[in-house]
Design a protein around this ligand. Structure first.
Ligand code: PHE
Length: 345
């Protein structure tokens, strides 16, 4: 009798040790069977009554071992199954969850200003023309009627490419005029935005790289009055419908006559006095009637065609528009600066 009951207890121990419950369900069954309030080990303690006295101690120890073994095993099983379910939870993807927002960047103030200018001119039929920043001497200077001894050709102003007297970084977008005139036939109506380079000391007011927008209009009977009206339209679109302009005589090698256009900015506060030098007028662009010599340099008959051209710096306009006091900010790409333009288009 007592041998049998000993075997029965040992069998329970073997069952516990060899059990391999895998799912949560099987672990739960293991718990009910060996650890729960109605487990199979409890009644074994009651059997001690039928054990002969000399074996009672041994039997008691054996049943205790079984109990402990069941509890330890259940504890480990529970821990493993919990860790697993945590893992699967993490791997589950909720397809109904709202998407993560993509942080929007901002457009650079130079781009927004340039796009605004382009937009104004494309509305009256100008087409964007872009060309190279590394230019040859002919397109940048010679074709543009800039004589060999002109100060603008001085090595101090122009970045020449290493070991080359011929190749340079364009000093103005007027080089695009030459590119377009030598490859297209009139009527020509283009707007050429782009980056230009000059060998200048970098300061709050000037930089060795900046942006320009060039305009060129060539057809039969294009007059100075056409130019003035076009530029007035531009100024009023750019600075408001009541904007006044004035053209001051000036000089450029590639235009004759040449002028500089001022817009009336006003004298509302101290800054206005400073930026307009007390006059209320602000210089915005250079312009003029295309010099006949430029037309013939580029293969266009100056007896048949006339035209006007203009060129303006973008940085200056962006600085006025957004009240930026240091041109260097526009080239440093400091996000603390750029983030301030998030709402501009
Ligand atoms: N290229 C001139 C400059 O860089 C601007 C300009 C362009 C003037 C076209 C007249 C006509 O200052």
């Amino acid at each position: 009798m007592s041998v049998e009951i000993f075997d029965k207890v040992k069998k329970v121990l073997e069952d516990i040790e060899s059990a391999v419950p895998k799912s949560q369900e099987e672990v739960e069954q293991f718990r009910i069977k060996y650890v729960g309030s109605k487990n199979v080990i409890k009644p074994l303690f009651g059997e001690i009554r039928h054990i002969p006295n000399e074996l009672k101690k041994e039997f008691g120890q054996l049943v205790n071992t079984v109990k402990q073994s069941a509890e330890t095993k259940f504890k480990t099983l529970k821990e493993t199954i919990e860790a697993e379910s945590e893992n699967t939870e993490a791997r589950q993807i909720d397809l109904t969850a709202p998407g993560e927002p993509v942080a929007l960047g901002s457009r650079h103030p130079i781009s927004t200003t340039m796009n605004r200018i382009i937009d104004i001119f494309t509305r009256i039929g100008f087409v964007v023309a872009e060309d190279r920043e590394i230019e040859d001497d002919w397109h940048n200077f010679t074709a543009m009627n800039t004589p060999e001894d002109h100060p603008a050709r001085d090595m101090q102003d122009t970045f020449y490419l290493m070991n080359s007297a011929e190749m340079l970084l364009r000093t103005h977008t007027s080089s695009v005029q030459a590119r377009v005139m030598t490859s297209q036939k009139p009527p020509i109506r283009i707007i050429a935005p782009g980056r230009v380079y000059r060998n200048e000391t970098v300061s709050a007011r000037s930089h060795c790289q900046f942006h320009q927008v060039e305009g060129l209009y060539i057809d039969e009977n294009v007059s100075f009055a056409d130019m003035k009206q076009t530029l007035l339209y531009f100024a009023q679109e750019m600075y408001g419908p009541d904007t006044k302009i004035r053209l001051r005589p000036s000089y450029f090698p590639f235009t004759e006559p040449s002028a500089e256009m001022d817009v009336y900015w006003g004298l509302k506060d101290e800054t206005d006095y400073r930026i307009t030098k007390g006059t209320g007028w602000l210089e915005v662009l250079g312009c003029g009637m295309v010099d006949p010599a430029v037309l013939s340099n580029c293969g266009i008959d100056p007896d048949r065609y006339t035209g006007f051209a203009f060129g303006m710096g973008i940085e200056r306009q962006a600085m006025l528009l957004y009240r930026i006091s240091d041109i260097r900010l526009l080239f440093e790409n400091d996000v603390r600066f750029l983030n301030q333009f998030k709402s501009t288009l």
